[in-house]
Design a protein around this ligand. Structure first.
Ligand code: ZN
Length: 497
């Protein structure tokens, strides 16, 4: 069975035969006794991963990895274990060894998920670094928001964390505070065009994008036009079409397109890099592609829902569950987003993980003005991409690594400490069994969310073990990390692609 799946699998000709031989063995080693660890325990902090297929954004090759003191110390063929007991040894024959996933876009801590459960769900899904959107609460400024989240990281995190400072409204003291935050290694800022504040303080936001660029930071922008969304929503509400069924109609592609065009113009005018979060439509993607061919530093993220679902769900039984902005789009948009991810027009897949329980989302009393956007996405983001993308023949393994690790590491100033497998890099690794079949069930996942948008889907390929800075933090279903062991990352400047 594994070899049947691997027949179409995008392996390099030079490694194919040897990997196929090892794959049958892996099923015996890793599949026979789920939960039982065969990594030998040792106390010295040295870890040897033997015989896996290492994949970076550039190549794939069979080799062993030695990690020590959190870093990759050696990559070579036929490394032998240090004398008995001094080193943990993992037999990775038949496994893919990928750089730990980097998901730069989560809403953690959230209403039902804290940084502990959020970390667990990330690690179990092969992700070792997560970005947390950090907005001031009422009465708080952005510096205070960053300090509040920093102390939660110290107590709860198991994944490594990058803070994404954000503004909901423009505050007069924000530019100064952001300048200090950039200097302290938080080299990004998120702003939101879908809020009235963006139009009211247009000049201030223009200057904010420019200052971020001058400081080596990147501006993340939620691109939906406030006037168009408000006008469309008001018209639907007035016509009595107030329910979740009308969500897609209430936030048309045009609202995203004009907002993306404006963001591009601001980037071109200020010469500062921007990062369009969760891009959803073909037309908006075409605008970004055109800008990129002219050398404008516009970077693009999409999220899993735009690869795996369409707006038809709004006509179904539980439309409230599928609320997120921008909304789900047509099958044509889904095709375009896949193509963008494959061809390089889209740089990053970010989960936008924002867990809300079924009852919070599917409440029929909610209207277009009160519906609750957000999905629990984090743990299955990479397995879904692997299954539909790599096994499905749409993207190469190297491209999988690029959009889920290497490119976010560059854009968020973490490369090459993170985002690759190289001597001197952090030993953040995910060991994947590319042929394991699994049916997604919310009850099996580590998120506190009581449902999954992918419930019942069968996927091929799943992370078996996750290693964060040389420490095994997840091993076949079991989280083995301690709360507070995740680090708050100080980042360098954004690296243009
Ligand atoms: Zn978001």
């Amino acid at each position: 069975m594994p070899n049947e799946i691997l027949r179409q699998y995008p392996l390099e000709p030079l490694v194919r035969r040897e990997f196929l031989k090892r794959a049958s063995l892996a099923t015996l080693l890793w599949g026979a006794s789920p939960g039982a660890s065969f990594a030998q325990t040792a106390a010295t902090g040295s870890l040897l991963i033997q015989g896996g297929l290492i994949v970076t954004s550039e190549r794939q090759f069979l080799a062993d990895i030695r990690a020590r003191a959190g870093k990759i110390e050696q990559i070579d063929s036929n490394l032998t274990p240090l004398s008995s007991g001094e080193e943990q040894v993992v037999d990775a024959r038949g496994m893919l060894v990928l750089p730990g996933g980097i998901d730069p876009h989560t809403h953690l801590p959230g209403s039902i998920e804290d940084l502990a459960s959020g970390s667990e769900t990330a690690l179990a899904g092969g992700i070792t670094t997560i970005g947390v959107m950090t907005f001031p609460r009422t009465g708080e400024n952005v510096t205070e928001a960053v300090s509040r989240v920093s102390s939660l990281i110290a107590q709860q995190a198991m994944a490594d964390i990058l803070i994404q400072p954000g503004l909901r409204e423009f505050a007069d003291d924000a530019p100064r505070q952001l300048a200090d935050l950039y200097a302290a290694g938080h080299t990004s800022v998120k702003i939101q065009m879908q809020r009235p504040s963006f139009d009211q303080r247009g000049m201030d936001f223009l200057n904010l994008i420019r200052s971020a660029g001058e400081a080596g930071a990147i501006t993340l922008i939620h691109c939906e036009d406030h006037p168009i969304v408000t006008d469309t929503t008001d018209a639907l509400m007035a016509a009595g079409r107030t329910s979740a069924r009308y969500w897609g109609e209430s936030r048309p592609v045009l609202a995203e397109l004009v907002s993306v065009q404006r963001a591009i113009a601001l980037s071109e005018h200020t010469e500062a890099p921007i990062y369009v979060v969760h891009l959803s439509s073909k037309r908006a993607l075409e605008a970004c592609r055109e800008a990129r061919t002219r050398g404008i530093p516009v970077y693009v993220e999409t999220r899993p829902t735009y690869l795996h679902m369409t707006e038809d769900l709004y006509a179904g039984a539980d439309p409230g569950l599928y609320i997120a902005s921008p909304p789900l789009r047509t099958a044509r948009d889904v095709e375009a987003i896949w193509r963008g991810l494959t061809d390089g027009d889209i740089d990053v897949l970010g989960s936008d993980h924002s867990a809300l329980n079924r009852a919070q989302k599917a409440n029929p009393e909610l209207t277009l003005k009160t519906l609750r956007p957000g999905f629990s996405n984090l743990e299955v983001m990479l397995p879904m991409l692997h299954s539909e993308g790599v096994v499905g023949g749409r993207i190469s393994l190297e491209r999988f690594v690029a959009v889920t690790s290497t490119l976010p590491a560059r854009l968020f100033g973490l490369f090459p400490t993170k985002g690759t497998i190289a001597v001197g890099s952090d030993a953040d690794l995910a060991l994947w069994n590319p042929t394991q079949r699994r049916r997604i069930r919310a009850a099996d996942l580590h998120s506190r969310c009581d449902w999954s948008p992918y419930e019942g889907r069968e996927v091929t390929g799943w992370p078996q073990m996750t290693i964060r800075r040389g420490e095994i933090v997840y091993d076949r279903g079991q989280i083995t990390a301690q709360a507070g062991s995740g680090r708050l990352l100080r980042r360098g400047p954004t690296q243009a692609l």
